[in-house]
Design a protein around this ligand. Structure first.
Ligand code: URA
Length: 197
């Protein structure tokens, strides 16, 4: 599928050569995205951390592994059911939050990924993704778990960032990780239902 004549691979090649902000200087790899671009679902995090930068893959560090475990528990396959990426494609030093200028410099890539994937389901992992995509500045705790309209035939849901889940015990009733598992189950239901339409 093409956007302005460009495929996802074309946009990926542009990202691998990108020098639009200072993060290019410190990166080992550009973390562009993985998964199924034809799934109709996109999961969007914040920015790569150290392990993601080393491997060139999103959500493979400590918090990423927790998110992936919860996705599997909820029935979601990254290879088949969704495309997983971040707002910012290069690692901010020391894992700091990306700056406004870095987010703006990188917005071409997430905008292009969205234009090509044409998602019917968007999952915003943490408040930076929520703010960048939906322009909503509320704490995730107030908005997570709810389907929000995004255009005419797409819905978006925000979930806690997995780095936040790591601050609490895992698997305890009502813990942020259990709440996130329930959110991911809702997301799975929607993605699964849309497969048969
Ligand atoms: N946190 C994110 O938001 N994205 C990653 O890829 C890894 C950690």
């Amino acid at each position: 599928m093409l956007a302005n004549g460009l495929s996802l691979d074309d946009i990926g090649s542009q990202a691998f050569n990108c020098q639009a902000c200072n993060l290019a200087k410190g990166r080992l790899n550009v973390v562009f995205g993985v998964g199924n671009p034809l799934s109709g679902a996109i999961f969007i995090g914040e920015a790569p951390g150290a392990q993601e930068d080393e491997l060139g893959l999103p959500f493979v560090g400590r918090s990423g592994k927790l998110l992936r475990e919860l996705m599997v528990k909820a029935g979601l396959s990254i290879d088949n059911d969704l495309y997983l990426t971040n707002i910012v494609k290069c690692r901010p030093p020391g894992n700091r939050t990306p700056s406004r200028a870095e987010i703006d410099a990188c917005s071409y890539f997430i905008d292009s990924q969205m234009a090509i994937i044409k998602p019917k389901t968007i999952v915003l992992i943490g408040s930076l993704a929520l703010k960048s995509i939906l322009k909503i500045n509320l704490p995730i705790s107030q908005i997570r778990g709810k389907w929000l309209d995004y255009g005419s035939d797409c819905q978006a849901m925000a979930i806690f960032h997995p780095a936040y889940l790591l601050r609490f015990g895992q698997g305890l009733p009502n813990s942020p990780s259990e709440v996130t598992l329930l959110d991911l189950r809702k997301i799975y239901s929607r993605i699964d239902k849309l497969k048969s339409i």
